[in-house]
Structure formats: structure tokens, C-alpha cells
Design a protein around this ligand. Structure first.
Ligand SMILES: NC(=O)c1ccc[n+]([C@@H]2O[C@H](COP(=O)([O-])OP(=O)(O)OC[C@H]3O[C@@H](n4cnc5c(N)ncnc54)[C@H](O)[C@@H]3O)[C@@H](O)[C@H]2O)c1
Length: 435
């Protein structure tokens, strides 16, 4: 079911499992914007307009007004982390935002203290911490997370909540029999099934509490039949997975351009260096495997080598991520692209993106929180494919093909917003000023 969204009323609690670099950059960023100390650059929900009707009508309201999004002043925050540092200490440690930005809001950040995490080192090997719930069976842990959610909603006086996984990348897992139905999953929780990782416990807890859930990391979290069914049953929107920030963002811009011009591609070599905690965790081959799989799918989906074997049939695609501490959160991503033109003549394109990982990810967390809240108020449930724009490996229904092309994703996102706001989608079918 979907229609015009119910109006927002009261506070919106944004829950983040993981209070590390991305989550603290997001929270501190929202507070900086609220205090007039920065602009929400990179956020469509805050900065972008949306054209309604033909161009000749010149009607382009801000998305946030047109779609009736919750205002930033209504947001409040809570999270869980394996490390007990409050948001101020965690933001300082992450080293993304400068002290001059953090100091004026120190009291606000100190007040956000992570709840004890549901954590197991089997799933994130290079992480240790003491702010962890005592080991119990997974079902009991999930019930404790549900209680945490209810307690935080009460404590903050929030009217609604959303959850965005900003925790570390867990090891690569594939769905097994336990992930197939709600019943097998709940039996698996009680039996401590090893296929159920902590991020799945958070996703399950959120859905059970009727709270929209998005996964910002590459690991299996809510993208399997049991939780998809539960989300439909509980009327909860879901989205995932892996924030599309640096190199894959570039890839999903450039690949559609080469394809649109029917230029061939023989090889695409992508390598990254980064030195934050995320990089350290990805240095573990099992966590890297989860990331590698999600990073590799985009090119095949965009280029369709089966349709264009002469252009993309022999493409050699390689992705490397290397942990390099001196760079901290300032990632560098190189791409070397070997392309071919007229009569097969070779050319090269080089991209060197010196990005700031969490600066790119923070506005994505904000947009996802606001759009998922909107989806919930509009009665949308289950997988929200229109949010593919934000993800490296979009979570789609079984039988649907992932869409990776950033521009198609963008058009789809805006058309969904038009419909949610009660307007007609724009198809670009008419010619001239009326299209
Ligand atoms: N920054 C980006 O551009 C980007 C892009 C795509 C995906 N991601 C993903 O977003 C996630 C967060 O990235 P980050 O840079 O903030 O990493 P980070 O290491 O700074 O923060 C992750 C936090 O999660 C905590 N954590 C791990 N397991 C937990 C659990 N079970 N419960 C509660 N907390 C837990 C860790 O203690 C850590 O503080 C990572 O999975 C990363 O791969 C980031």
C-alpha cells in the first residue's frame, strides 16, 4: 500500500548500531546544521529541489517541503557500540570533524552514550570492546535490543524511530535454511545458529518493533526471505545495502556514460587506501570478502556484457582495498580504465578520488533516515527499491534486477517522491518544454 504520507508529528529517533566515524559525523553534522554552523551538502533531502509538472510551470519546491519530511529540529539520536565512548569521544577518535566544529556541541555529543552492543567477535575479528551485552542465546539478545528500542523511545519522547546500521562490516555470510522463513529464523535465534550475525539481530529487533531499517554495510543483515517477510507482515520499510560513497559512486557515473556512447571497456582496475577503523576491519579477508562481493556487481549490471559481448565481454575487473593507517578517514581511490573506441583503438581514463569517507556517508545516513520515515508514514513496507540510489548493492525483490546506474536510480527516487507527495511522475516522454 502506498499513498500520500501521514504528516510527521513529534520527534523522530534515529538509532544507529555502531557509533563510529560515519554515525558520529552524521549526528554531529546534523547538530552543526541545526546550530547554523554548516550546510548539509551532499544531502538531497536538505539541498535538492524537485520539479513538479512541466518545465514551463517553473514549479520546483525543495524536496523536504514537497515530501513533508521530518525537519532536522525533530531528530534525536541513540546508538549501540562495542566501545563505550560517548559520541564526543568517538567523534574525536574518528578524527573526521575538526575540534572547532565539535567543541561548541560537546555537551550535546557527550549526552549520546552508546547502549551495550549485541556483539560476537566471530563476525568481526579485528574488533574488541567491553560495552557488550553478556552472551546469551541470540533470541534473548534480540529481545534485549527490542527493549533498548522501547526504552530509548520512551526516554527521548520520540513519536517514531528508524534504524540505520552504521556498525562494522561483518564476515561474509550467505543465506542458509535458517534464513528462509520467519519460523526457521526464530528457531535459529533460539538455537544460536551460527548463520545469524549480530547485525541480523538488530534488523530483526527493529522490524519487530515496527521500525524501518537500512543496512549501510556489505554484510548479510536484512536481505533474506525471513526478514523480508517479517517486514511485510509488520508493515516496515527496508533498504540496503552498503552506502554508495566513493569509488563505486564514481563507477556508477562513468560506466553508464561509456555505455551510453557504446565505448568498449577491456579492463577496470580499482584500488583504495584508507586508514580508519573500517579499513582495519576490512583488512581481515572475511570482512573484505563481504565488501568485495558488493563492489564487484555494479559493472556487470550496468554494462550487460551478455547483450554487448564485443564491448564488455572480456572486461577484466579488479577491486583492491588496502589498510594504510597514515591516511585515517581520508581515503584515496584510484581507477585505471582501459577503454576502446572506433575500430577497437585503445584509450585510458584515470580517476584519482581523494575523498573523505565519512563526509560522503553522513548525508546518506540522513537521507535514508528521513526517506524511510516518510515511507513508513506512507504505508510502504518491505524492500524499498527506489532507495537504490544510496547503495552499492541495492536490496531488491527476488527476481528483480538490481539497478546500479546512478542517473536511473536518481530519476526513480525523485519519481517515487513525486508520487508520495501526490504529484505525477515525470517520464520525459513529451518533447520540448512540456516534458
Ligand atoms: N564511510 C563510508 O564511506 C562507508 C561506505 C560504505 C559503507 N560503509 C560502512 O559503514 C560502516 C561504518 O563505517 P565507519 O567508518 O563508521 O566504521 P567505524 O569502524 O568507525 O564504526 C563502526 C562502529 O561499529 C561498532 N560495532 C561493530 N559491531 C557492532 C555491533 N554488533 N553492535 C554495535 N556496534 C558495533 C564498532 O565498535 C565501531 O565503533 C562500516 O560497515 C563500513 O564498511 C562506510
Amino acid at each position: 500500500m502506498s499513498g500520500k504520507a501521514k504528516p510527521h508529528q513529534g520527534k523522530l529517533l534515529v538509532l544507529t548500531p555502531g557509533l563510529g566515524a560515519v554515525a558520529t559525523t552524521f549526528i554531529a553534522g546534523v547538530e552543526a546544521v541545526r546550530n547554523g554552523n554548516g550546510d548539509p551538502i551532499g544531502s538531497l533531502s536538505q539541498m535538492q529541489t524537485i520539479r513538479i509538472g512541466p518545465r514551463s510551470e517553473n514549479n520546483a519546491p525543495a524536496i523536504k517541503d514537497f515530501a513533508d519530511l521530518a525537519p532536522l529540529s525533530d531528530l534525536c539520536f541513540a546508538g549501540w557500540d562495542v566501545v563505550g565512548d560517548d559520541a564526543y569521544t568517538a567523534a574525536k577518535r574518528a578524527g573526521v570533524l575538526e575540534s572547532s566544529m565539535l567543541e561548541p556541541m560537546a555537551d550535546f555529543l557527550h549526552s549520546i552514550v552508546p547502549m551495550k552492543a549485541a556483539f560476537d567477535r566471530t563476525y568481526v575479528k579485528r574488533l574488541e570492546g567491553t560495552n557488550v551485552k553478556p552472551t546469551k542465546n541470540k533470541y534473548e539478545l534480540a529481545q534485549e535490543l527490542r527493549q533498548d528500542i522501547r526504552d530509548k523511545i520512551k526516554e527521548t519522547g520520540a513519536a517514531r524511530a528508524v534504524m540505520v546500521w552504521c556498525g562494522s562490516t561483518e564476515i561474509y555470510l550467505q543465506p542458509t535454511a535458517v534464513h528462509q522463513t520467519i519460523e526457521t529464523f526464530e528457531a535459529g535465534l533460539k538455537a544460536n545458529d551460527e548463520g545469524i550475525s549480530p547485525s541480523q539481530l538488530y534488523a530483526y529487533a527493529a522490524i519487530q518493533e515496527g521500525i524501518p531499517y537500512a543496512n549501510g554495510a556489505p554484510n548479510l543483515s536484512a536481505d533474506f526471505p525471513a526478514l523480508e517477510q517479517l517486514a511485510l507482515q509488520k508493515g516496515v520499510p527496508l533498504a540496503g545495502k552498503v552506502f554508495k560513497t566513493g569509488q563505486t559512486f564514481m563507477k556508477t557515473v562513468l560506466a553508464p556514460a561509456f555505455k551510453a556512447r557504446m565505448l568498449g571497456i577491456r579492463g577496470w582496475f580499482s584500488t583504495n587506501i584508507l586508514g580508519n577503523r573500517d579499513g582495519e576491519i576490512l583488512d581481515d579477508p572475511d570482512s573484505f570478502k563481504a565488501k568485495e562481493v558488493t563492489k564487484s556487481g555494479a559493472l556487470d549490471c550496468i554494462l550487460q556484457p551478455e547483450l554487448y559481448p564485443k564491448l564488455y565481454g572480456n572486461l577484466y575487473h579488479k577491486v583492491r582495498i588496502n589498510y594504510y593507517p597514515p591516511r585515517g578517514d581520508d581515503k584515496e581511490g584510484w581507477d585505471n580504465i582501459d577503454i576502446t573506441g572506433w575500430l577497437g583503438y585503445p584509450m585510458q581514463v584515470k580517476v584519482d578520488f581523494l575523498c573523505r569517507d565519512s563526509v560522503l556517508a553522513a548525508p546518506i545516513v540522513l537521507d535514508l533516515a528521513l526517506f524511510l520515515d516518510l515511507a513508513g508514514r506512507a504505508g510502504l513496507s518491505g524492500i524499498q527499491e527506489w532507495l537504490s540510489f544510496y547503495f552499492k548493492s541495492p536490496h531488491v525483490e527476488v527476481g528483480h534486477v538490481q539497478e546500479h546506474d546512478l542517473f536511473i536510480q536518481h530519476m526513480r527516487l525523485k519519481n517515487r517522491l513525486r508520487v508520495l507527495g501526490g504529484a505525477e511522475p515525470i517520464t520525459h516522454l513529451a518533447e520540448g518544454i512540456e516534458d
